[in-house]
Design a protein around this ligand. Structure first.
Ligand code: ATP
Length: 314
């Protein structure tokens, strides 16, 4: 099959432990935790035993080492993570509001993530890859655009595939060129993994059904809509398959979507049915929200099997 690879930000996350207060009051903060949507995604693929690699850059600091060691321990290929001597590893601060929404304060624009480069190690990883996954958040880093472009061309030439998680963060740059890059990736996707309103970012439309039908007609084979506590649904030209969420106590929602996407994709690449893949992905998302820290709740298949057997569905 060839490894699943991704490109983008690796950072540490520091989060509020209180809800509905400003950062000035949100004490104590906890962290740093390994983070960055592409990093969480690739850690989850690796934990499931899938070959997984990431093209990224970290600083020559403890925050970088924290991430690289975690990814290595969990089985990801870290050969294409460059270490910048000029910039530090980025960070994100997360605060939760009463209505369940989140605010991020990102410190990645002038971090090592901006130094991601199509170097020899990145080219070597791309030469082995069978699938490219792109996180919308990574598109806020202009250095990532030519790498995605090159990787996509190489991987598709070999019959490989592309998945895209719109994963837009309002706090990250969304200029005209970011939008153009995003649109081109939507058009080239084999699998799209939007959640809620992200469907309309991928395809402006009057209703979700209209957006899904337009996207399917444009040639995207699978659209999987992540629905938080309502589970998830797969849309294809053959119809809709939906599966309920698992009943858990949510401690920290960040990272659920990344774990979900990684698990759905890996299951499909392993040949699992749509239903089984959605169940495993729902379980990976649910299990992740029960742990504080976005990468702390990534799962192995035995952990998911045990979770599914022990957890009621909604
Ligand atoms: P994030 O941006 O926080 O990573 P997301 O918005 O992309 O997440 P969600 O829909 O919140 O994605 O979560 C992905 C999946 O994880 C859901 O489809 C669901 O299966 C599972 N999930 C998330 N939150 C919960 C929850 N509170 N209870 C049960 N399952 C959940």
């Amino acid at each position: 099959l060839g490894p699943t690879i991704t490109v983008g930000e690796i950072l540490v996350e520091i989060m509020a432990t209180t809800i509905g207060k400003g950062f000035l009051d949100a004490q104590p903060l906890v962290g740093p935790f390994p983070s960055g949507a592409p990093a969480i995604f690739i850690d989850q693929v690796a934990k499931l035993g899938g070959q997984a690699g990431i093209i990224a850059a970290v600083g020559n600091d403890d925050f970088g080492r924290l991430n690289v060691e975690r990814l290595r321990r969990d089985g990801a290929d870290v050969s294409a993570i460059a270490v910048s001597s000029d910039y530090p590893t980025g960070s994100a601060f997360v605060r939760y509001a009463d209505d369940g929404t989140r605010d991020f304060v990102y410190n990645i624009a002038r971090s090592a993530a901006g130094e991601i480069d199509l170097n020899d190690s990145a080219r070597a990883l791309i030469a082995r890859a069978g699938h490219l996954h792109v996180m919308g958040s990574a598109l806020s880093i202009p250095a990532v655009w030519p790498i995605i472009d090159y990787a996509l061309g190489e991987i598709k030439k070999r019959g490989g595939t592309l998945s895209l998680d719109p994963n837009m963060r309002k706090e990250l740059a969304a200029g005209e060129e970011t939008g153009r890059q995003f649109k081109a990736l939507v058009a080239a996707s084999d699998l799209l993994l939007p959640s809620g309103d992200e469907l309309f970012v991928a395809c402006p439309a009057a209703s979700a059904d209209e957006a899904i039908n337009t996207l399917l007609a444009s040639g995207i084979a699978e659209i999987v809509v992540k629905r938080g506590q309502h589970g998830s649904a797969l849309h294809t030209n053959a119809g809709r398959v939906s599966r309920p969420a698992f009943l858990v106590e949510e401690i920290d929602p960040t990272g659920a979507g990344d774990c979900f996407g990684a698990t759905y994709l890996t299951c499909r690449r392993l040949g699992h049915s749509a239903e089984q893949s959605l169940d495993y992905a729902n379980a990976a998302g649910a299990r992740n929200v029960t742990r504080r820290g976005p990468m702390e709740g990534t799962s192995t298949f035995p952990e998911l099997d045990q979770f599914i057997a022990a957890t009621p569905r909604k």
